[in-house]
Design a protein around this ligand. Structure first.
Ligand code: GLA
Length: 730
């Protein structure tokens, strides 16, 4: 039973394979959070709650003389503002009279078969055989007809609980949402670390781990996209938790826009986590009778360290979030021309490159930025999605034919959300770009952002894209977004609704993507935003892979891909071999190492194959052959972070192990070299303890490799790499 409602005790308990989540309606009808953690049977955890008069605490009127009852100490299931809980709140609504006070009390509940969905927004879905249930707990403001429906998706087999909130205005007046978080979690006690993933363009998802301290700490984005700078995924971990042991909680927001993730340690050493749409510049009108859905948050509890948590996310996101043909179908090895040519190409040049690529074993050739409008640099052309036949020397249909004639699939790049001032689109519709009347717009990469909150704008761009896609054989589409939003003003909304734009923008983006994937179900979509500027679970609902970073330096990628792997599956991580010296860092690395690192993702190349030596070509042919052989193991196997690139200086090591333990691929890259170096040993994982494995003719017992370890080779010179393939002895 994934959801148990004990009416007598007013207790709701959610069970997944290994976790348990609990809340209780108290005598005043306040919904208290009692527990989230390891699964135990038949436990009412409200015994952990301790009430005491703490002084300066607010007591609800109906608590009467009980001065120990205060919502600022009691663990709240979904905290609201203005009635005594002074910690950060999940919900703040401005009523018609201007007052922001809410007092949410239990109204009713419903247990539904299957997993709820959210109209127009991404959500984890259940598949045949998944035992999924939905619990809806409805709270209502004590005075006004504001209803708050808390949705819990209990994905028992996946070991995941999802949450979303629907807020309903049944009053006769409009009300305004100022903050509407997707989740709130109060942990009664615990000594936690707060782990977040920060970064910048060309250096995304760097891990930060700090103790939760008194007061508020948060990460978020007000950039209109989830951003390179902070990822909408955070972890709350016990101080002692490591890769393979200890307790931790993952919180992943399925949302691609402004978000806020907060942690607060309060006066009683309780920890609150709140996550959802960023409240800054958010002011959403809810007319009488309307409702509002928050995005979904997916929570995972692990008592087996970060590794277990990540593997739960990987499996769930690969199987129960990604959709479409390429969720399961083999992703082609691609070659993208961006770092090979940048804007400087012709159709003939691309065909020449594609010919070489085909001879190397590449399966998909991608024409990146520069094929449309007037686009020979990044100062013009965005918004004019018609083929520059002069530059290509032929129609797109013809070019796709030529590429297909080489036995390759063909893909192209789009940046539908942006516009250059030097474009026909902008000249015709300047008000379609975000800008404020009377001010000059702020540029980013010398371009502006189109107001995708508007249906007419989206329809126009969609029609342009269809015109292109319908006249050529396109197998792959890279969807880019190369700046963040400023000048937030929509000509289509009245003054008092300008605070809705950023959320409406994301809804518009999702609406567009949904239409696109429905119309072109055979196209493989790769998300991108200047690399990994919108690498989030929301985008994975539409594009099963996302370009991980514009930094293609193999050594930098070790940390970027390490951070990315905490929440996101390998099959989502776009990763390419590029030229050396690397274009972003100038670092020189062997092509074998670049391939080893790129293989921990959806593999491809991003260089000019005409510039490769014969030796490199031979090596690439071999790399592609090897990658194809490991494909299933890499994409579907369990991923293990064997070393921590922030701590282990000599080597970065990771492993893919087949679910059934039949084989494992261990990849190692040397990042630092020492004289007279000490040997480095690693312990493998995910093997069958009592079985023997063979690697390079040597026999090893699974348990020995896991508990005794394995010595990495001695080496001279940095940036070498090794792939060790352990196969179960027959
Ligand atoms: C972004 C992408 C790159 C490339 C360029 C093209 O930066 O991340 O891969 O597509 O845009 O302008």
């Amino acid at each position: 039973m994934a959801v148990v409602f004990d009416e007598k005790k007013a207790l709701f308990t959610l069970y997944t394979k290994n976790s348990m989540y609990q809340m209780k309606k108290d005598d005043l009808g306040v919904l208290l959070h009692t527990y989230y953690g390891r699964k135990t049977e038949n436990t009412d955890y409200s015994y952990l709650i301790y009430c005491k008069d703490r002084g300066f605490a607010a007591n609800p009127y109906d608590a009467e003389k009980n001065r120990t009852y205060s919502t600022e100490i009691l663990p709240q299931e979904y905290s609201c503002f203005g009635t005594g809980d002074y910690r950060t709140s999940a919900l703040r609504i401005r009523g018609a009279g201007g007052c922001r006070v809410l007092d949410l009390r239990y109204e009713n509940c419903e247990i539904l078969e299957g997993k709820y969905t959210i109209p127009g927004m991404p959500a984890v879905y259940a598949q045949e055989g998944d035992s999924a249930k939905t619990l809806v707990v409805t709270l209502k403001d004590k005075a006004e007809d504001i209803f708050v429906h808390l949705y819990y998706g209990v994905m028992e087999n996946l070991d995941m609980i999802t949450r979303a909130v629907r807020i309903e205005n049944r009053t006769a007046q409009p009300v305004y949402l100022e903050k509407a978080a997707s989740m709130c979690l109060d942990q009664i006690y615990g000594s936690y670390d707060w782990m977040t993933f920060y970064g910048k363009h060309e250096m995304e998802r760097q891990l930060s781990r700090t103790p939760v301290h008194h007061g508020l700490q948060s990460v978020g984005s007000v950039r209109g996209a989830s951003s390179h700078h902070y990822n909408p995924f955070v972890i709350l971990a016990d101080h002692r938790t490591g890769e393979t042991q200890g307790e931790c909680y993952g919180f992943s927001l399925l949302y691609s826009g402004n978000f806020l993730a907060e942690a607060e340690l309060d006066q009683a050493n309780q920890t609150r986590v709140v996550m959802g749409i960023h409240p800054d510049n958010f002011d959403f009108e809810l007319k009488a009778g309307d409702d509002f859905w928050t995005p979904e948050a997916a929570m995972v509890y692990s008592c087996g360290g970060f590794e277990k948590m990540s593997q739960i996310y990987h499996y769930a996101y690969r199987n129960n979030l990604c959709r479409g043909k390429y969720k399961k179908a083999r992703r082609p090895v691609l070659m993208n021309n961006w770092e090979g040519t940048y804007f400087d190409f012709t159709g003939d040049k691309l065909v020449e490159m594609a010919k070489e690529a085909a001879a190397l074993g590449v399966e998909l050739f991608v024409m990146d930025d520069g094929w449309f409008g007037k686009r020979d640099d990044d100062f013009s052309g965005l918004g004019d999605w018609y083929v520059n036949e002069k530059k290509l020397g032929c129609t797109l249909g013809k070019l796709s034919e030529r590429i297909h004639g080489l036995g390759l699939k063909f893909g192209i790049w789009f940046e539908p959300e942006c516009v250059s001032e030097d474009s026909d689109l902008y000249r015709e519709h300047p008000d379609w770009a975000f800008q404020i009347p009377g001010r000059k717009p702020v540029r980013g990469r010398y371009q502006l952002v189109l107001d995708f909150s508007r249906q007419d704008v989206r329809d126009h761009v969609f029609a342009q894209m269809c015109e292109v896609l319908d006249h050529a054989e396109i197998d792959y589409l890279k969807w880019d977004f190369n700046r963040n939003i400023t000048d937030i003003f929509s000509a289509a909304l009245p003054a008092h609704r300008q605070g809705e734009i950023c959320h409406r923008y994301v809804l518009g983006l999702y609406d567009f993507l949904e239409k696109l994937i429905n119309r072109y179900p055979n196209i493989l979509l790769e998300g991108c935003s200047g690399g990994g500027g919108r690498f989030d679970a929301g985008m994975l609902y539409y594009s099963p892979q996302i370009w991980c970073s514009d930094d293609t330096d193999a050594i930098e990628r070790l940390k970027i891909q390490y951070g990315t792997s905490f929440a996101y599956p390998i099959s989502a991580v776009g990763s390419h071999v590029s030229a050396s010296p690397n274009h972003q860092t100038g670092r020189k690395t062997p092509i074998a190492t670049r391939a080893t690192v790129a293989m921990a993702g959806t593999f491809g190349y991003e260089l000019d194959p005409m510039k490769l030596s014969e030796e490199e070509k031979t090596e690439i042919r071999e790399q592609i052959r090897v990658y194809k052989g490991y494909y299933d193991l890499i994409q579907d196997g369990k991923y293990y972070r064997i070393t921590d690139p922030y701590r282990d200086e000599a080597f970065t090591v990771w492993e893919f192990a087949a679910e059934d333990g039949s084989e494992a691929l261990v990849s190692a890259v040397s990042v630092k070299t020492y004289p007279n170096a000490a040997p480095v040993y690693v312990k493998l994982r995910g093997l069958l303890e009592d079985k023997f494995y063979v690697m390079n003719g040597e026999r090893y017992l699974g348990a020995a490799l896991m508990y005794g370890g394995f010595r990495l080779p001695a080496f001279r010179g940095e940036y070498q790499s090794w792939n060790f393939h352990f196969v179960l002895e027959k």
